[in-house]
Write a protein that binds this ligand. Sequence first.
Ligand code: FDA
Length: 460
Amino acid sequence: MAEITRDVLIVGAGAAGLTAANDLRKAGLSVAVLEARDRVGGRLWTDVIDGAMLEIGGQWVSPDQDALIDTVEELGLETFSRYREGDSVYVGPDGQSHRFTGEMFPVSAETERVIAEITDRLDAMVAEIDPDRPWEHPNAAEWDSVTWDAWLRAQTDDDEAVRNLAFATGSAMLTKPTHAFSLLQSLLMAASAGSYSHLVDADFILDKRVVGGLQQVPILLAERLGDDVFLNQPVRSLEWGANGVTATTDDLTVSARFAILAHAPVLYDRISFVPPLPRRQHQLHQHLSMGFVIKVHAVYDRPFWREQGLSGTAFSPYELSHEAYDNTNHGDERGTLVGFVSDRNADGVFELSAEERKERILESLSHYYGPEAKNPVVYYESDWGSEEWTRGAYAASFDMGGLHRYGADLRTPVGPISFACSDMAGAGYQHVDGAIRMGRLVASQIVDSSRSTSEAAESN
Ligand code: FDA
């Protein structure tokens, strides 16, 4: 068992942990990043599958995501825009596909009016929410006690309007059934992107990608840290107290003054804490759970939908794959579609054999793009639910009432232990941008705390 000592030990080499480690290093503190997997990046993972480069985890960058954009620029990475020329497709309750251009999809004039009115109402509510402190809103307790679905259904009897409004934060973001989380949680999701309108605008929220894949962000951040990143080192136990922390993996013991747990909160209980974490953390961590979505990649010999004048942007709350996009790589002659199958639909298709699941999912994509969609040359399903060190996608959210009851304590350090990951961000919540923000925040808090401890020691 090798033993090392650092100022700060960081558990998790995702965007949050690696950002924190780099910032701490810049401030003159020594670090060790302990990563359970045999690679860095966590939920960012680019791989070549059957000859096709696929972004298995996170990939898109939106214009409000300053922290991620700064990092991408600082690392010298290039971005490119998602292909969006041509018509989008909406499949309505009649099961028919309808082409459209512009922001509003083809529904009846009355449904359009209802959607516009409720969107305005939501934007006004979201404008009052501080994404860093949604629990402080005067209506927070009330909004956290009503489900997102129930609130929408109380606004209108128009089922098509409700389903379309619901899925922006439901299937598309929190990836949980809309009865499983609160209105407040939904407003936080929207506030983290600036407004509800931003979330429903694919041209905003799914704006750009990084040439070569977004996993380059953690890969380049890790390169700067060199030998201070330790792969294949799941942290099994963490002893902590007034004098610091000691983490133990199967091969290493790392002692430090501070620790950062930079991974999804659902994984805290994989670590044995000595002494146990306080009562509040024991309770609050049980009220967070991961969403669940399958990201489906289908690669074709050419982007055939463009020949039909389609942009590739397609969605429907009635389809198995509730949204799909042109995901062709930069400079690639082949065409790639990406589709998403969320929450209960994902549960359902995992009951099927792999062959039947593929058939059902491609059938759904064919409703948007026609029969050619059924014959990709490469097909792959990102299944984060079976990844031991993530356990779902895209991120964690609170159960009913949990955000108001526990949200304020989620980021609160416990002794020398701090917490940072995308799942507790305000701006950029559930996104890489939020992970970077949390990494920066926690690093700056540790630097301050380290300085004040040193100053106190010098003055004694
Ligand atoms: P992350 O989970 O990435 O990293 C935590 C690390 O800790 C992991 O590497 C894990 O192995 C490690 N770990 C856990 N327990 C450990 C232990 N006990 N010991 C040692 N190591 C341990 N975002 C976005 O901005 N745009 C997008 O398009 C998408 N799309 C998207 C699609 C899919 C399929 C997924 C799964 C996710 C996205 N996201 C996204 C979300 C985004 O990828 C995610 O929010 C961040 O990458 C999370 O970064 P963190 O560093 O917070 O955690």
